[in-house]
Design a protein around this ligand. Structure first.
Ligand code: SAH
Ligand code: SF4
Ligand code: F3S
Length: 464
């Protein structure tokens, strides 16, 4: 039911108020946080909250945070400074503001956050979002500085309310959380806990509901999504390929993607799904992190550069046009010039359509943070710059090869220019084309006429 600001509203908690409560949410980090933020706003909508993009209007401000690199974690504290000022200013006008920190910084730092930023009222880890309404009620009841970072036994996904109407024809669906791989640079096993896969039936239900509400493309999410092993009705565990096959049966769902995968879990049945399953898009994000076997061993990746090469060869044999994407870290402790050259060489050899590259950032509590020697900051910066140039040349090459081709594009939203829509190619690039708004949510053939590093443009093949 839409809210009428002027009218009296009765909310789920039985209270009647003249105005809805407003929540401001800022999301950092990976797509799993984006998904979690959506689920939190759904839980809060059931409590009568509407979203606002202006923190000064917010009765509740939530920062959904990321701990993966130092910069991401530190951004939270500068935001908290701004929110504290807003809270003070609103307080002078007699308005209360609840400040909450969610996500991976909440999980990693817990009560330390309240110590550093005393304006924070609530710290809630990623496994406890279904308890938000109860935690907010406790704050209203006079408790303060609540910290909820346990890994409870109950399934947060089952306890969260059902999905609201989709805002876009594409949606994320978290199928797996956590990680047991303990790469020596990474905080995820500490912030998201052990690997957990949601049962197939719960995911099929959620996917159906999303499709009923207009979703055409689902991206299945997990920190180790290809390690998925969710319970099936038959009592055994389904692999990610098995789950994809189940989801592909849903009429009206046209496209499936998944991320992020680990090379060690890239099984034969998943590779075969890229050959056999039409709805599975020809795009794969498969981080290799580094190409020196010595560095890979120190990272505890448990694969070599040759393993990665062989894997890519098998994937390309199954699906020759697949667009490959990756994550790369430069300046891992002990990385020599020669090690770094190996990374550059592997990037050139594979030919990625897309890549994220990062300077190694020592994270508290992870084994790599105490390895001696660490690589100096200026060396990391130079390496990152060189790598990014190479990676961008790769984007240009991949995108350039699509010029002249006609490819199906799922239009997602209006573009910046009037009359223009933006969608994605099967290979994940953004595609701009002139088309009427009524084509949002449709898959339309577009003939690509120009390519930039980060997007493509073209004309729709269908008469408008
Ligand atoms: N599960 C995925 C990655 C999740 S984290 C995988 O195994 O590949 C996303 C990316 O952040 C990683 O792939 C890595 O490239 C980067 N990353 C993680 N920890 C980092 C750190 N301490 N410093 C720099 N980059 C890091
Ligand atoms: Fe982190 Fe990915 Fe390694 Fe897990 S597999 S520890 S999420 S980099
Ligand atoms: Fe960041 Fe947590 Fe995702 S640390 S990358 S938000 S899993």
């Amino acid at each position: 039911m839409p809210f009428d600001d002027a009218a009296q509203q009765t909310f789920a908690d039985g209270e009647t108020r003249a105005e809805p409560k407003r929540v401001f949410m800022r999301t950092f980090g990976c797509q799993m946080n984006v998904y979690d933020s959506e689920r939190m706003s759904e839980a809060l909508a059931a409590e009568g909250y509407v979203e606002t993009s202006n923190p000064a209007d917010a009765d509740l401000a939530i920062l959904n945070t990321c701990h993966i690199r130092e910069k991401a974690a530190e951004k939270v504290y500068s935001d908290l400074g701004r929110l504290r000022d807003i809270k003070l200013a609103r307080g002078k006008g007699g308005k209360e503001t609840v400040i909450a920190v969610a996500g991976c910084v909440a999980q990693a730092e817990g009560s330390e956050i309240v110590r550093r930023a005393p304006a924070v009222d609530l710290v809630v880890g990623p496994q406890s979002y279904h308890r938000l309404p109860e935690l907010l009620a406790r704050l209203r009841g006079g408790e303060n500085a609540l910290v909820e970072t346990a890994f409870p036994d109950e399934d947060k996904f089952a306890a969260l309310p059902k999905r609201l109407p989709a805002k876009s024809p594409t949606a994320f669906l978290t199928v797996q959380e956590g990680c047991d791989k303990f790469c020596t640079f990474c905080v995820v096993p500490y912030t998201r806990g052990m690997e957990y896969s949601r049962p197939v039936s719960a995911l099929v239900d959620e996917a159906r509901r999303l499709v009923d509400r207009g979703v055409k493309e689902l991206t299945l999410l997990g920190q180790n999504v290809n390690g998925y092993h969710g319970e099936r009705a038959e009592g055994d565990a389904a692999s990610l390929a098995g789950l994809i096959r189940e989801l592909a049966k849903i009429g009206g769902l046209d496209r499936i993607r998944y991320m992020t995968s680990h090379p060690r879990d890239m099984t034969d049945d998943l590779i075969a799904a890229h050959r056999d399953e039409d709805k599975l898009m020809p795009f794969l994000h498969l981080p290799f992190q580094a190409a020196s076997d010595r560095v890979l061993a120190a990272m505890n990746r448990k694969h070599t550069a040759d393993d990665y090469r062989a894997l890519i060869a098998r994937i390309r044999a199954a699906r020759p046009d697949i667009a490959l994407s990756t994550d790369i870290i430069v300046g891992f402790p002990g990385e020599s010039d020669e090690d770094f050259e190996a990374t550059l060489a592997l990037v050139s050899e594979i030919g990625f359509a897309h890549a994220f590259s990062f300077k190694y950032s020592p994270r508290p509590g992870t084994p790599a943070a105490t390895i001696d020697p660490q690589v100096p900051e200026d060396v990391k910066r130079d390496r990152l710059e060189r790598l990014q140039q190479l990676v961008e040349a790769g984007y240009a090459r991949f995108n350039g090869a699509l010029v002249g081709q006609t490819i199906p594009v799922l239009f997602e939203k209006a573009g910046r220019r009037d009359g223009q829509l933006v969608g994605r190619s099967p290979y994940w690039q953004l595609v701009h084309a002139d088309a009427p708004v009524s084509m949002i949510g449709q898959i339309v053939d577009v003939t690509i006429d120009s390519a930039k590093a980060n997007s493509l443009s073209g004309v729709t093949a269908m008469p408008i």
